[in-house]
Design a protein around this ligand. Structure first.
Ligand code: ARG
Length: 587
């Protein structure tokens, strides 16, 4: 029995039973409990219930208050305003709840898992073969990874899919070029760095492109290659595989720098659905969901029209017989629903692809592949902007390479760590610098809601003051240092002690971690967890200002405050882990 009922759930139950006893028809109604500045919690639900029952809200509230059982959990409840309930919980209940969380030896801080988990297939971190990764790929990877952690923490069955761009007409040109210049991707030895792999690919891409644009005969040969590739010609496939392998060396080096675990088995790119494409189109055409229009196989929508007023179709097969992005995504839906048995499909993809996904989901619904029992959602993210508020570009106007950006963040963070460092070795500074720098980039991305654009501002990101990961990491490290200083004195909960205001505020917030995680997971909203953690660190700062820990009045007081500090650290650590951010022990 590791899971702990949070105080708000407990208070909620008390209120619900008092409410039902007063007004039987209100059984099951939500008392709408919130944290409040006036008391510990405020319930606003009585107003609407009174209106429905044609009762006076204040009178109803007063009757409910008389029936609320006070004592161990609820110390005090009173009516306020037009019929709100203000609830104060007992100090002892707070400490006991936190002690139960602290004692949870599964490390889950008493957070329960869902009773009936579903299966979610999440499509994220999907860069393109033979291409540089850019900031857009960063967002998908960072948000996706956090959502995976959140969902898994709640007990959901999660299947990860990295739908990399490894298929399509552009490969004809590359394959043809490599076939004609067979040594262009050879390596001196086995240890190819990601950087080297990418520069090889880049060089090859540019050379192939140049030939393609200037040499008509090469162009013809390249086009023929596309046909060979789609037909599965073994020699063509073998060359294609070289591009994929070379790209993976690069991808994995970036994911490693991002401190993110991506498993090879979860990489199922567009090519993985090649065998299904013809059937997908046949099924759509036979069922009448798709129709031929000027030779292409198209799906039309009443409400989707271009600027000229003409309908914009989803093209599943081009007039030359080639299959595109949509055919692949539709086939992937069939695979995810029927083979992987998903009941939730999640796509962490740039908001600029929203129309594509709307059309793809609607097509799959019409075809019967997405039934009422399956939800499909695009977790659409906004654009990364430069300091000037325009889409993030280099001074030369090119898209920013993800690697350069991470390197710069790490460099800045190392400078910050070095400045503050007291007893850290050079090696430690480098390690912490990476953890702080990468954490800063991830946190900046995760702390605004995904659908919003955000400004990439490194100065702000590595700042010690304000809503940054560094601030949270320092709070964590500070607590570790307090615990080290305490030496032999171990943290221990003393539920008999009265709590100071700052302790109550910190304690109630600590107890609401479970609720925050539940909400952030259900809404795919890591930013809610980020906001929670920032507030946690702020409440700890206030607590630490107001309540001496090691110099508290009594030994019990010292131990109880060490316990509050340690639980704060554990909660910070667990929360940051769910965001994919490290919490170094020393900074
Ligand atoms: N590779 C694509 C890109 O770089 C993203 C793929 C998104 N996933 C999908 N199932 N379409 O834009």
């Amino acid at each position: 029995m590791a899971s702990v009922t949070s105080l708000s759930d407990n208070v909620q139950q008390h209120l619900a039973s008092a409410l039902t006893a007063t007004l039987p028809e209100a059984a099951g109604a939500d008392p709408l409990l919130r944290r409040s500045d006036r008391a510990d919690f405020q319930a606003n639900g009585i107003l609407a219930l009174a209106k429905k029952a044609k009762a006076n809200p204040r009178e109803l509230a007063t009757q409910v208050v008389e029936r609320v059982v006070t004592g161990d959990v609820i110390q005090d409840v009173e009516v306020s305003g037009p019929g709100f309930l203000n609830i104060t919980v007992a100090d002892k209940a707070i400490t006991e709840n936190l002690a139960a969380r602290y004692a949870d030896d599964t490390g889950r801080l008493g957070v329960p898992t869902t009773a009936d988990p579903g299966t979610t297939v999440i499509d994220y971190a999907q860069p393109n073969v033979a291409k540089e990764m850019h900031v857009g790929h960063l967002r998908s990877a960072v948000i996706g990874d956090s959502v995976v952690q959140l969902l898994e923490f709640t007990g959901e069955n999660v299947i990860r899919r990295h739908h990399i761009g490894d298929w399509g007409t552009q490969f004809g040109m590359l394959i043809q070029y490599l076939d004609e210049h067979p040594h262009e991707l050879d390596h001196k030895d086995d240890r190819v760095t990601g950087e080297e792999a990418m520069s090889n690919l880049d060089r090859l891409y540019k050379a192939a492109r140049k030939l393609f644009d200037s040499d008509e005969e090469f162009k013809t040969r390249a086009r023929r290659r596309v046909v060979d590739l789609q037909a599965g010609d073994p020699h063509t496939l073998a060359i294609w595989q070289k591009f994929v392998d070379e790209s993976k060396i690069y991808f994995f080096s970036v994911f490693e720098k991002l401190d993110m675990e991506i498993r090879d088995a979860d990489i199922v790119g567009e090519s993985g659905y090649n065998d299904m494409l013809a059937e997908t189109c046949r099924l759509l055409e036979e069922s009448g969901v798709a129709v031929r229009s000027e030779g292409a196989l198209c799906v039309f929508f009443d409400d989707i029209k271009g600027p000229d007023g003409k309908p914009v179709p989803l093209i599943v097969q081009k007039s030359d017989g080639g299959y595109g992005y949509a055919a692949t995504d539709l086939s992937a839906i069939r695979d995810r629903v029927f083979n992987l048995k998903a009941d939730t499909l999640l796509y962490v993809v740039d908001a600029r692809q929203a129309l594509h996904f709307r059309m793809v989901f609607e097509t799959a619904r019409r075809a019967g592949w997405l039934g009422d029992d399956v939800t499909a959602t695009q977790l659409a993210f906004g654009t990364v902007l430069g300091k000037d508020g325009k889409p993030f570009k280099t001074r030369a106007g090119e898209t920013v390479r993800l690697v350069d950006l991470l390197d710069e963040a790490i460099e800045r963070a190392s400078a910050v760590v070095r400045e503050k460092a007291q007893d850290l070795s050079e090696e430690e500074i480098a390690e912490r610098g990476a953890q702080v720098g990468v954490g800063a980039v991830k946190y900046a991305d995760l702390s605004t809601s995904a659908n919003r654009d955000y400004k990439f501002d490194l100065d702000q990101m590595v700042s010690l003051n304000g809503d940054t990961s560094v601030y949270l990491q320092y709070a964590y490290a500070r607590i570790q240092s307090i615990l080290r200083k305490a030496g032999e004195v171990r943290p221990a909960a003393h539920p008999g002690l009265p709590l100071a205001d700052a302790e109550r505020a910190l304690g109630l917030h600590l107890d609401s971690f479970a609720e925050t995680v539940r909400e952030a997971a259900a809404e795919y909203a890591p930013h809610k967890l980020a906001a929670y953690l920032y507030q946690l660190a702020s409440l700890f700062t206030t607590f630490y200002d107001k309540c001496p820990v090691l110099r508290a009045e009594t030994p019990e007081q010292v131990k109880n405050r060490l316990f509050l500090s340690d639980l704060t650290a554990r909660t910070l650590h667990q929360g940051m882990t769910l965001l994919g951010i490290r919490t170094p022990e020393k900074l």
